[in-house]
Design a protein around this ligand. Structure first.
Ligand code: PEP
Length: 251
């Protein structure tokens, strides 16, 4: 039985005061979130505040990125050990914004994934096709390549306890959501691809949907058999909307 996960990706948003308000709002509504595990991924500077405000609650937290290196002269980078020092459970790797805006290719993403796991963090691996790739009919090839990059470095066992977020790039931050059927089709394919290597790992793998998930479309998406939660960007910045998405897994 896979427990759904609702993870908020705050991207580069927030201030000390807005983070405090958002966390207070999330804490206040947690009792009604009965099924999903809830996690938030703030920008690095707010991890300490998140740790203080959420310790002792059921909410987990994580970062949005990490270094491929473990320590040393790497100005501006943040190591996995530092994330652990702030109580992180999760770290997002391979978000499409990092792939496209910061040139992170499959090799870098696989290395970050491995470094996160080696440190004891749970990577949330983001994969997904662009609109152009979908229109060319190569969605499956793209997600297969992105998943295979992880499997070829460390084997399918690397995905045991990990999380994959299928995020069609054309749906991220655009207000256009994949239909539940479109998402389910790709989620099922991802699980099948992993099952070709290891059936147990595939069965237990949580595959989240990400891309304009909102209170009004979450329940339909989460009702699909292979959709095990959401990675939520814009809607995770408002406690009320984020909690409504978290509650959508109650049904
Ligand atoms: C994301 O950035 O991971 C994301 C899914 O964003 P949004 O929900 O805003 O589309």
């Amino acid at each position: 039985m896979r427990q759904p996960l609702s993870a908020g990706n705050w991207k580069m948003h927030g201030s000390q005061s807005s983070v405090k308000t958002l966390l207070a709002g999330i804490r206040a509504g947690l009792a009604e979130v009965r099924v999903a595990e809830v996690a938030v991924c703030p920008p690095f500077p707010y991890l300490g505040m998140v740790q203080r405000e959420l310790s002792g609650t059921s909410v987990a937290w994580g970062a949005q990125n990490l270094s491929t290196e473990t320590m040393g002269a790497f100005t501006g980078e943040v190591a996995a050990s530092m994330l652990l020092d702030f109580g992180c459970k999760y770290v997002i790797v391979g978000h499409s914004e990092r792939r496209t805006l910061y040139g992170e290719d499959d090799v870098v993403v696989a290395r970050k994934f491995a470094v996160a796991r080696a440190a004891g963090l749970i990577p949330i691996l983001c994969i997904g096709e662009t609109l152009e790739e979908r229109e060319r009919g190569i969605t499956r090839d793209v997600v297969a390549r992105q998943v295979d990059a992880i499997i070829s470095l460390e084997g399918a066992v690397a995905l045991a306890d990990a999380v994959i977020a299928y995020e069609p790039v054309w749906a991220i931050g655009t207000g256009v959501t994949a239909t539940p059927e479109q998402a389910q089709e790709v989620h099922a394919y991802i699980r099948k691809r992993v099952a070709e290597h290891d059936v147990d790992v595939a069965d237990n793998l949580r595959i989240l949907y990400g891309g304009s998930m909102k209170p009004d479309n979450a329940a339909e998406l989460l009702a699909k058999r292979d959709i095990d939660g959401g990675l939520i960007g814009g809607a995770s910045l408002k406690a009320e909307d984020f909690l409504a998405i978290c509650r959508a897994a109650n049904a």
